[in-house]
Design a protein around this ligand. Sequence first.
Ligand SMILES: Cc1cc2nc3c(=O)[nH]c(=O)nc-3n(C[C@H](O)[C@H](O)[C@H](O)COP(=O)(O)OP(=O)(O)OC[C@H]3O[C@@H](n4cnc5c(N)ncnc54)[C@H](O)[C@@H]3O)c2cc1C
Ligand code: FES
Ligand code: FES
Length: 1307
Amino acid sequence: MAGKEELEELVFYVNGKKVAEKNVDPETMLLSYLRENMRLTGTKYGCGGGGCGACTVMVSRYQRPIKSITHFSANACLIPVCQLHEAAVTTVEGIGSTRTRIHPVQERIAKAHGSQCGFCTPGMVMSMYTLLRNKPQPSLEDIREALGGNLCRCTGYRPIIDGCKTFCGASDCCQANGAECCMNGEKGRPELFDRKDLLPFDPTQELIFPPELIMMAESQRQRTQTFRGERITWVNPVTLEELIQLKASHPRAPLVIGNTNIGPDIKFKGALHPVIISPIGVSELCEVTRSPQGVCVGAGCSLSTVRSVLEQLSQDLPREQTEVFRALLQQLGNLGGQQIRNVASLGGNIVSAYPNSDLNPVLAAGQCTLQVTSQGGKREIPLNKDFFVGFGKTSLKPEEIVLSVFIPVSKRGEFVRAFRQAPRKENALATVTSGMRAKFGEGSGEVEELSIYYGGVGPCTVAATRTCRHAIGRPWSEEMLGHAYRLLLDEMPLPPSTSGGKVTFRRALTLSFLFKFNLEMRRELREMSVVLGDEPPGEVCSAMRPLPRELQPCVQEFQEVCGGQPGQDPVGRPIMHRSAVSQATGEALYCDDIPRTQGELFLVVVTSSRAHAKIMQKRRFEQSSGAAGVVDVITAKHIPGRFLNMFGLEEELLAEEEVTCVGQMVCAVAADTKQHAKRGAAAVKITYEDLPDTVFTIEEAIERQSFYEPQREIGRGCVTEAFEKADQVHEGQIRLGGQEHFYMETQSMLVVPSGEEKEMTVYLSTQHPTYAQEAIATTLGIPSNRVSCHVKRVGGAFGGKVTKAVLLACVSAVAAWTTGQAVRCVLERGEDMLMTGARHPVLGKYKVGFMKGGRIVAADVQYYTNAGNTLDESILVIEKILIHLDNAYNVPNLRGRSVACKTHLPSNTAFRGFGVPQGMLVTENMINDVAMVLGRTAEEIREMNMYRQVSLTHFKQEFDPENLLRCWDESAGKRGLAIVPTKYGVGFGESFLNQAAALVHVYTDGSVLVSHGGCEMGQGIHTKMQQVVSRELRIPASLVHITETSTSAVPNTPSAASFGTDANGMAVKDACETLRRRLEPVVSADPKGSWESWIKRAFFQKISLSATGFYRGLDLQMDWAKQEGRLSAYFTYGASCTEVELDCLTGDYRNIRTDIVMDVGRSINPSIDIGQIEGAFTQGLGLYTLEELKFSPSGVLYTRGPAQYKIPAVCDMPLTFNVSLLAGSANPHAIYSSKGIGEPAVFLGSSVFFAIKDAVAGARAEAGLLQPFALDSPATPERTFTACATPFAQMVPETEAGSCQPWAINV
Ligand SMILES: Cc1cc2nc3c(=O)[nH]c(=O)nc-3n(C[C@H](O)[C@H](O)[C@H](O)COP(=O)(O)OP(=O)(O)OC[C@H]3O[C@@H](n4cnc5c(N)ncnc54)[C@H](O)[C@@H]3O)c2cc1C
Ligand code: FES
Ligand code: FES
């Protein structure tokens, strides 16, 4: 390597075009190369760590030994460009575009309504496309698996699956509808999309693999390549000898194959490897050899290859020989997503020695061995407890290379099993994982050999040596196991403050897994005709049955438009999202897709590392290298004006003297490139002096009375008197954790100073451009008319892109102002999660009085929300909680009080539902408790206490619950374990926000351009506006174009609170009515004329063809002193019924079925409304059962990416997911009698929570535990398992409160 100065040429293809690079920086990943060097922005950044799939591309390689081409999906964010020599990359742009021809995958996902905000769509498309390249007629299970590594925050996955399902062969039909294939829909029922109107899929028409690459591979002498960058030298050796030599010269250099360990380490932990060796061209590392003793798999084989090798062997060999293979296959089916398995190598997984590696415990228990080589020669080492020596450490010598892994066939009487439990069923590193092997003597139940390995209960894979030793030589019996459980507990101690937490759960899982193994062994021994005296009861054996995972056909019911409606009028029809196709082709532009402008700078924000401290000193750079490329460091002193929050109060934008949370913005580094800005920010040195009295948790805030003002109270009747008269009074509480927005597009903005008259053009991803405009103007001290904000589309927002986007936009604007250059700021996922706050955690305490029959007569609820270090919109959140306190129940004496706790955590903000999903869970939990106390079902108590006729809410707003009851009845008709109703008030409580404006231009060719105040963030507002214009002007929707949301076109409008369509629809309608009025004389003069002819004539008659529209909404307001008012224009109702299956031994559950009935009035667009319902439900499911924000005891957020924070994935979809829009509903308060739907269905996700709770109650009842019990939200496997109170949960001694510092705190 040394002295070689000739520049290497890296040759690869992208979308059929050759790329020859002589000067590639080894630190460049394919994602940034595509986006920045090639301007292929269809491939998206969502996390940068392989966890979200937004960056999925297809990589194809010619395999010389087998002379064939392989295609696999991969995460571009983890593929080093240097590894791509002789590869062909296909991106979403390469398979189809609206300019040429769209690909059937793109078309079908779009037409099936699988694209809302569209940010995940290119990744989904590419995962599915790759599947089709390998299997043109996939099964439903193939599709589920292919999409397992792709996250979507909007859709709830059902429509994506539906679109992809159209590629399945008819043989994959469930036959539930008899001869009629359910994949073609059910006869007579209106369909959301027409399966017959789809482009045919012809697999022979795909892009061919570049012949040049085949020729290169076949004819060229393969030679080592070396690439040198600013900090890293990268070497691609091609022979084993070279590899051995290189490793001897650079023993510390990692061997990078899949880069799924080294890549995230460099990116997230700042690891630096001056030399990297990538041996993917060394054929010996990829060889697979079978022998009668087993199979030898090259260490460089990808996990997908390992999987297919083992699958083949499992088919070919007698079952008794394939025990290890099948156990490994079970782990491989759940390990990472498809994209990870396609690149991650077997050797990499072993040598990375993750504490919770899924393969290592099974390989070790299965007595596998490693063939290792180095300059010192070859050796074989057993993969056992001595191989794993610590966190990420093995007994390999630094210069040693793992050549292959030998996996033996199993012998008669030998059984191997794998177990794992993870925070999410799939694509999540395991909490605890295990491999177990037992060998019994011929015809006997005596244990000859036993090995048990665990991952996740120590710094590395660990063996339960003592437990095994004790069992060997004894018969497999309950007695032996009883002793084994005790020994295991002793052998697997986990200190209470162990990193990752969940200590009790993890320890108990080791026991649960052994119990499951016991059940399996008993079955095997029975099959060997071995008689065991003590059989466990039948119901326990059900613990062996894996939870079901097969997706079933789902039904979406809605009403067709009436027969008389003109065909041209799209209102009420399931029209596809108007940008869905360009989102699916990658042509849709998001903020960071805007091309770089001349001299543009990149901004990285420096945030506080302390929760509460005085800033002693800010030094610009710790090391001089940090200054490379840096243009300026922006501090509070650079702010020319003052930053005002949403409510006009002055707030600190950049901390000057004191910081009040970790993640607070202190200064920002503007540099010529993103890399330089990042390094500059990392090198800024700030010294702090910690201040006392930090407050993180709600309990600490209560103790210190650390509350924001005002506090709120509301009620009716007299609770004190009513409690005295009640038959029973019960007190309880429930806690809900926060929720990260996890919009797929992180906060992004570009501020361009025009250089003239202080004008600033701002492109940003926000829900509220008007507020951004105002705040930037005041921050810069200029009038609003100099700032124009533009939002083309937003890649998901959910409330998180109102205040937080604006704060960042103001800092970026200050940087642009100071430097006079354009400034782009795009947060990394980790920065975004750290800085931008989340949904408010809530503690709800209640006292409820009820009669023996179940009628609730009084309830008193106190809500505490954790607001964080600034007020943000927290008062609105606590108000909205109180307004929805009653949910669907007519409790005559009701009191609610709520406060926002001031803590030293990042300030929490608006999130879909604005506190209502938290508040109503408290109400429902209270009802659940009442049911438990009375020994009745929760549904009985709910039904008995619901509003029955036209009533007044507790704040004296009249409403008719008829549709609420209908939703309840229709959903309750289905079977289920929990049914939950919702009544959600739509509209802004702040009267002035209930307004909207629009601008409609008609051009002389008849085409129409519409601007309105709503931002398109996936909710389909632009599509609905297009429908409104089409109806009002009586023209085809194809003539209507909706342009970006811009403060220059339509000023002074917000977009939130499920109110966008209501308000903007009316404004657009108003503008259209004006135009129609103006056109009336022209139309009357020529009634048979066409739209185009009328427009031409109007133009010549000098009639204005441009109109503004305005909507002045209802005067909604609340008098908090009188505790009455009207806060909502109307209520949206719904009910959801869910059935789950729970595994009490691990806390895992499967959502078997969910049925939702929702009253959306008369839907303007059923596909969009059903999409909103499914998406919101799924977000609710995440909130209540899955998503957990974890903070350290010093207030640092641990969960900063998809690796640690799990949002629902395809595996979390209800297996049957049915949604019905309530028929025959109308709403006089909104456009075309529709209803707002963005937020209300989030709460319906709680039906999953209560179904889990119901299943837990069943498990507890078997143990004689009948009283109400605590289950906080989210009902994670850990909490669910603990609540089940199984013997194993109880065997683990609890850590005494206060005896040690826990790893994480409950905020
Ligand atoms: C999103 C995501 C999800 C994941 N989920 C799971 C999961 O559920 N379960 C699980 O077990 N793992 C999981 N992983 C981990 C993944 O399986 C491992 O990172 C992967 O197997 C490592 O292989 P690699 O080729 O990518 O390693 P690289 O990152 O390329 O290299 C890793 C290390 O292995 C060493 N190494 C590689 N090959 C050899 C060799 N032949 N000889 C000597 N040393 C070698 C390298 O020197 C380096 O130190 C996940 C990873 C990601 C990013
Ligand atoms: S951006 Fe690559 S997986 Fe998330
Ligand atoms: S459509 Fe999937 S993330 Fe928005």
